[in-house]
Design a protein. Structure first.
Length: 168
């Protein structure tokens, strides 16, 4: 893919019927990371549970009706924030569809979903060597700072000055 027609880019919240689509993308993500685990079966079992969970949401990006990426977002009440927080657990864009703004658009969609859910903040961690995702997150106002005890990780925060948080 060299150019993207934004009218062909769509976002939706996954339902249990999207299980195989998400499993296929998660396997692609795992293979891109050159990992062996979780197994395909473990991914299937985990994704099935997450798709029926009240505290998890997969947001899928499709281009020309083909899946090109996803975000997994989790929700929980935080006593420290005195409200609901979202945690972006995964952001994945198919390597063949990268550098087209899909990741940025997926994060924008996830942030709007968190805000509509009443979240007071969004948290995330990413690998400090993942320059592309770091650029996306800082573009949305997340501030990088080193995580205690995590040599190769970054956290992002704004403005609450605590782990991995962006106020909404």
């Amino acid at each position: 893919m060299t150019n993207i027609d934004s009218s062909q880019l769509n976002f939706c919240v996954a339902s249990p019927q999207d299980e195989q689509t998400i499993v296929a993308m998660a396997i692609l993500f795992r293979n891109h990371l050159e990992r062996d685990a979780p197994s395909d079966v473990q991914f299937g079992n985990s994704i099935r549970k997450l798709l029926t969970s009240q505290d998890a949401e997969f947001c899928i990006a499709t281009y020309d009706e083909k899946p090109v990426g996803y975000v997994l977002q989790r929700f929980r009440y935080s006593m420290w924030a005195s409200g609901l927080e979202a945690t972006i657990e995964d952001l994945f864009v198919d390597p063949k569809s990268r550098k087209l703004g899909i990741g940025k658009s997926l994060i924008g969609f996830a942030l709007s979903r968190a805000q509509k859910a009443g979240c007071v903040g969004v948290c995330l961690d990413t690998n400090e060597f993942n320059i592309a995702s770091t650029k996306i997150y800082t573009g949305f106002g997340f501030d990088p700072f080193p995580s205690a005890g995590r040599v190769a990780r970054f956290s992002f925060e704004k403005p609450c000055k605590r782990r991995s948080c962006k106020s909404l």
